[in-house]
Write a protein that binds this ligand. Structure first.
Ligand code: NAP
Length: 451
């Protein structure tokens, strides 16, 4: 047999497991996760109102229920948990599918003021991530600035703009729903430093903003006109062309006088987050007007604009974090690799692989992970064809238990699912409601053996 550990149960980890069991009839895969719940960003990143994308969990579930795949949740790898070296001894091969767990920084003054958050922190809160903080994101907020124009920026803008009736049937945790239902936010400014033809959002996500029942989308036609492609988008790639067409369509619309306004802004580079008189709380963002530089970038004009904000969400992309014992390219936020094989000091490290965002950086949609995982699994199985497939030292779970680890197995996850269904029913929310903290998750998973 071939025993493989996959670290991370998000899409890249699950697609890796799927490729392995499809391509090798002898492989047995343990999919390990730090959290007691599987699915990574599909559970803790895809917005709660995107039910269709969330339903991908059903496909991922089928892989994790395969008879040669085991889910081992609640298990830390690296510092404080199972050392990387030990994991390598327990399995013939280890595939790290760690994703990109943190956010990029802006590196401008005021970034750490109260009320300034990374979009990741906000997303974690409304997605019930057990490490999330509930710090009154929308309390006393009238105006919010979202920095960045990628799909995460669109997600957080949309969640801020939605009303309670729209959010209630989702699996959003009750505390976040209550806070968002009471939100007094009237203006949400989603701001790009470059032009509309360089925005990173996809058209379906962009168009959704225009269909929100309680929000108008407002555009500054002058900013759109600054984009050289705005006049004639025909030479652009399809996504950018469709984005421009969608934005153009909105310039003709009269606002309906909705309770909330989404301002889609472009050619504004954040320069500083401004404090209120107390000096601690964010009160606005100073932007510098930019213009296209003719090479796809922008240059500053020296002209500034300040936008009021009691909440700033910095949505400028994710970033991978190093794992103790695994090499890391700090500049790229990824693990160095060759076709998925981990490189240690430029040489292939036998038995160690990467897939997903920790391999290629935080880009692409969920489906991109399929081909990424396939490349890695192809490398792994090529290498495995020359190794002796003996048991590396018995079933790893025996060692884990002997060392005091008690992983959450699939039955534990199913208990969490039942607890979330029961919570949704008790709150009359019309479906599942997520458990938001470690204690309730571990209590559900292990009965009374709470973490
Ligand atoms: P992203 O697509 O990389 O977008 C990041 C945005 O931040 C860009 O507009 C970028 O502008 C801007 N930015 C970066 N540094 C900046 C700075 N210093 N100052 C101002 N703006 C800055 O990242 P993301 O939105 O976090 O998305 C990550 C990945 O997840 C993407 O592949 C995305 O498609 C995917 N995702 C998909 C969905 C979906 O399909 N529904 C939902 C969420 C996420 P520049 O272009 O000028 O650098």
């Amino acid at each position: 047999m071939l025993r493989v550990a996959v670290v991370g149960s998000g899409p890249s980890g699950v697609y890796t497991a799927q490729n392995l069991v499809q391509l090798d009839p002898e492989v047995h895969v343990d999919v390990i996760d730090r959290l007691p719940c599987p699915y990574g960003l599909v559970r803790y990143g895809v917005a709660p109102d995107h039910e269709k994308i969330k339903s991908l969990q059903n496909n991922l579930r089928a892989v994790l229920e395969h008879d040669r795949v085991r889910f081992l949740g609640g298990l830390d790898i690296g510092s404080g948990g199972v050392p990387v070296e030990r994991l390598r001894e327990l399995y013939h091969a280890v595939v790290y599918c760690l994703g990109a767990a943190t956010d990029r920084r802006l590196g401008i003054p005021g970034e750490d003021l109260k009320g300034s958050w990374s979009a990741t922190q906000f997303v974690s809160w409304y997605s019930a991530h057990p490490d999330a903080v509930d710090d009154g994101f929308v309390r006393d907020v009238r105006s919010a600035v979202v920095i960045g124009v990628g799909n995460v920026a669109v997600d957080v803008t949309r969640i801020l703009a939605r009303g309670a009736v729209e959010l209630s049937p989702t699996d959003m945790p009750q505390a976040a729903l209550t806070a968002l239902a009471a939100s007094q936010v009237t203006d949400i400014h989603m701001v790009g430093r470059r032009g509309p033809s360089q925005a990173r959002f996809t058209t379906k996500e962009l168009r959704e903003l225009g269909g929100l029942p309680e929000a108008d989308v407002l555009l500054n036609a002058g900013e759109l006109g600054l984009d050289p492609a705005y006049g004639d988008p025909s030479a652009l790639p399809a996504v950018q062309r469709r984005n421009i067409e969608a934005l153009r369509g909105w310039t003709d619309h009269q606002p309906r006088g909705a309770a909330r306004r989404i301002h889609a802004r472009f050619f504004l580079r954040p320069v500083e987050l401004l404090a209120d008189p107390s000096g601690t709380q964010v009160a606005g963002v100073r932007f510098e007007r930019t213009v296209p530089d003719g090479h796809g970038g922008v240059s500053g004009t020296g002209e500034c604009e300040e936008i009021e904000a009691q909440l700033v969400l910095r949505s400028v992309g994710y970033r991978g974090v190093p794992l103790e014992g695994l090499p890391f390219d700090a500049a790229r936020g990824t693990v160095p690799h060759r076709a998925g094989r981990v490189l240690r000091e430029d040489a292939v490290a036998p038995g160690e692989y990467v897939a997903g965002w920790i391999k290629r950086g935080p880009t692409g949609v969920i489906g991109t992970n399929r081909s990424c995982a396939k490349e890695t699994v192809t490398s792994l199985l090529e290498d495995a064809s020359v190794i002796v497939r003996t048991e590396p030292g018995g079933d790893p779970i025996t060692w884990l238990r002997a060392e005091g680890f008690s992983p959450v197995e699939w039955s534990g996850w199913e208990s969490i699912e039942r607890a979330e269904a029961a919570l949704g029913a008790s709150l009359d929310r019309g479906g599942v409601v997520k458990l938001p903290d470690w204690r309730s998750l571990m209590t559900a998973a292990h009965g009374d053996k709470a973490r």
